[in-house]
Design a protein around this ligand. Structure first.
Ligand SMILES: Cc1cc2nc3c(=O)[nH]c(=O)nc-3n(C[C@H](O)[C@H](O)[C@H](O)COP(=O)(O)OP(=O)(O)OC[C@H]3O[C@@H](n4cnc5c(N)ncnc54)[C@H](O)[C@@H]3O)c2cc1C
Length: 443
């Protein structure tokens, strides 16, 4: 069984940036000894939400490398230069490229690490590898599309698996119904609806708003109910002083606070990222509804202050019981499809690490993103993108990725310095030899 210095689970922007940082920092002789496992068949950045006209919500300068090393060859500017589009991009006079272009930039960077990434493998769990009562290594188990299982050993682990679709309780029973789907699989599912359909979009955030506008623009002529609990669609606040919460140094400030203060900070700055589309999108939605008033033809409906109390699937459609939180009235409406723009949860690491839970008390995380562990646990496990409660609202975004990966690289370097290289190599080699008999098997 192959043993690696470092295994990264997921190969999205967080772990791509890590690969770049480690390569550039020439972290140790084992820089080439890193390996990433990605469940998608090839690189894609939220591919089912790559809608026409969608744009980045932060400056391209918050790319994979610039904030850590503006001279990196992996900057967005160098990507433009390599693609011979730099002058043309300058003419656009924007900090906010299209998501299509940024996705292409990320793929361009990811492709340069194809030798150390395996696609089409989903990590299903991480087990402890014990020797003399100590956890020396981690056994990373992944499943291929055809059901085969591969196991690899790692001395260090970095988990960058992003968010999982948040499905509200009301809709959990309808998960298998292709007519009810989350924004994270929007393009995949909506393709089946090529005739005029009645569609409900649930939520009031960026994704729900983008989807409403996308459905409006489709030739099929869908009728859309845009349903939200909130009283209004409020824009994200990206004004300069507020935006400082996304500065990498703000992470230090958040991490230093006690839990109630961190929680209060999250609440205070919620409007920068959650249930808060860009103002320009909100204005487009307003235009759509205003035009309906001018023509007198109501195609779409904006149902503010509405809660979905119940959802049930019937042969003729999905029926939603709606409760008007303002007026108190109730109605039941039939839809051909329901799109959930209901956000993401970030707990997947706890499932993957469940076999290690007794060594990782409460999954508490240090400032360097390393999970705190009991003394008999030797490997280091780092989290990327699931530390919002401890490290602040920027944690799930691109804003801090370049700096965070430098910090993780630094933590790895310090581990190396504390463990003599030769001794460590010998230890890893002996465990790998002991594990060599372990079969790779299929389910
Ligand atoms: C539609 C959309 C638009 C966004 N736009 C912006 C923006 O403009 N600016 C911004 O700052 N942020 C934006 N975000 C936030 C987003 O979280 C970050 O842009 C970025 O994708 C975070 O990178 P990541 O690598 O941490 O997570 P992800 O990009 O989610 O990547 C995680 C990767 O891990 C893989 N994975 C998951 N589970 C496993 C497993 N068990 N085994 C193997 N692989 C696995 C996934 O397939 C995925 O490729 C957006 C999010 C969405 C959904």
């Amino acid at each position: 069984m192959q043993t690696y210095e470092l295994i990264g689970i997921g190969f999205g922007p967080s772990n791509i940036a890590l690969a770049i940082a480690l390569q550039e920092q020439q972290h140790h002789a084992g820089a080439a000894d890193m390996f990433f496992i990605e469940k998608q068949d090839s690189f894609a950045w939220h591919g089912d939400m790559l809608l026409d006209n969608s744009h980045m919500q932060i400056s391209f300068l918050k790319d994979l490398a610039t904030l850590r090393n503006p001279a990196s060859r992996f900057t967005f500017l160098n990507y433009l230069h390599q693609k011979e589009r730099l002058s043309d991009f300058i003419n656009l006079k924007t900090f906010y490229p299209s998501r299509h272009e940024f996705s292409d930039y990320l793929r361009w960077a990811a492709d340069q690490f194809s030798a150390c990434c395996s696609y089409g493998e989903e990590v299903i769990e991480v087990q402890p590898e014990l020797q003399e009562g100590k956890v020396r290594l981690l056994r990373v188990r992944s499943r291929h599309r055809d059901g085969r299982i591969t196991e690899r050993l790692a001395r260090n682990l970095v988990i960058g698996v992003g968010g999982s679709a948040n499905i509200p309780e009301t809709f959990r029973g309808l998960r298998e119904d292709a007519r009810v789907f989350h924004s994270s699989s929007y393009l995949r599912h909506i393709a089946a609806f090529d005739k005029p359909a009645r569609i409900a979009v649930i939520g009031a955030g960026q994704s729900a708003t983008e989807i409403f506008l996308d459905l409006h623009a489709r030739n099929a002529g869908h009728e859309v109910d845009f349903i939200m609990r909130s009283r209004n669609i409020k824009p994200s606040d990206d004004s300069p002083f507020v935006n400082e919460v996304f500065n990498p140094e703000y992470t230090d400030y958040v991490y230093r606070q006690d839990e109630p203060t961190r929680h209060a900070l999250m609440q205070e700055f919620m409007q920068t990222n959650y249930s808060a589309p860009d103002l320009a999108l909100i204005e487009q939605v307003y235009q759509v509804f205003y035009k309906q008033k001018v023509t007198g033809q109501q195609r779409h409906r904006l149902l503010r202050c509405h809660n979905v109390e119940r959802a049930r699937a019937e042969a003729d459609g999905v029926w939603l019981d709606l409760h008007d939180l303002d007026g108190g009235s109730a109605q039941t409406r039939r839809y051909d499809a329901v799109v959930l723009g209901t956000g993401y949860t970030r707990e997947l690491h706890k499932d993957l690490l469940a076999p290690l839970a007794s060594y990782l008390p409460h999954f508490a995380v240090g400032r360097d993103y390393r999970l705190q562990s009991t003394p008999e646990f030797e490997p280091a496990v780092f989290l990327q993108g699931s530390c919002e409660p401890s490290h602040g609202i920027s944690d799930t975004l691109l804003s801090v990725i370049a700096i965070r990966t430098a910090e993780i690289g630094q933590a790895l370097r310090e581990r190396d310095e504390n463990a003599p290289f030769a001794a460590r190599r010998a230890m890893v080699a002996s465990i790998a030899a002991a594990s060599r008999g372990s079969p790779q098997f299929s389910l």
